[in-house]
Design a protein around this ligand. Structure first.
Ligand code: FMN
Length: 191
């Protein structure tokens, strides 16, 4: 009885093959993931990355529109970035003058949401400062990478992602691998 049922089932069964379109979407996804893995590997080879210089004014939208102020470097420092450090969101440590070293998140790139034309390095220091610090010396030590730059259809989605970046960086920077780098001589040396 069982055998008959199995035979009937086999006769009726239709094998659904994936369409050519489905196969090519799957392959596209696989090659995108492979490319992202290579990019991440190249980025990791350049980390940790140290940079320092004067804090200059950006467009000021970080504070006013996003409620997430950022400290910018001038173009010369941005041009020195290794090409392997692709546009994207990074994290690490930042220090203003000879002050305390704080956690930071940084965007490197063109900020597609605002359609910027020049690459920038924008550091959000995870600390509330009593006043602005344009013109002061800033040291940053980029110790990790989070994600590529994205475009958004609304500002709230950008803000939500930046808050997720801040949360991720806050937790990850407490791990020994990143904590150790806070004590690196390049960061701790007085200016
Ligand atoms: C952690 C972090 C992540 C960011 N991610 C993006 C992003 O994915 N896409 C984007 O267009 N801008 C991103 N930005 C950049 C913001 O758009 C930028 O800070 C904003 O343009 C304010 O810059 P301004 O103060 O120089 O005007 C990010 C900024 C930070 C600090």
């Amino acid at each position: 009885m069982v055998n008959t049922l199995e035979a009937d089932f086999k006769d009726d069964a239709t094998i659904i093959e994936p369409s050519e379109k489905e196969v090519s979407v799957e392959k596209g996804q696989e090659s995108l993931e492979a490319m992202q893995a290579v990019t991440q590997e190249k980025i990791q080879e350049e980390l940790p990355y140290f940079a320092e210089g004067e804090v200059v004014k950006g467009f000021g939208r970080g504070s006013s529109e996003l409620g997430i102020p950022t400290a910018n470097f001038n173009d010369e420092i941005v041009r020195e970035l290794p090409t392997a450090l692709e546009t994207g969101v990074y994290f690490g440590w930042a220090r203003i003058g000879n002050g305390t070293t704080h956690k930071m998140v940084m965007s490197i790139g063109l900020n597609p949401f605002y359609d910027n034309k020049e690459r920038s390095m924008e550091t959000h220091i995870m600390h509330v400062f009593p006043e602005q610090f344009y013109g002061q010396h800033m040291k940053v030590f980029i110790t990790g990478y989070i994600r590529p730059m994205k475009n958004y259809s609304c500002v709230d989605d950008l803000i939500q992602d930046i808050h997720a970046d801040i949360k991720y960086a806050g937790i990850t920077l407490d791990t020994p691998q990143h904590c150790e780098l806070k004590e690196d001589a390049r960061i701790t040396a007085a200016i």
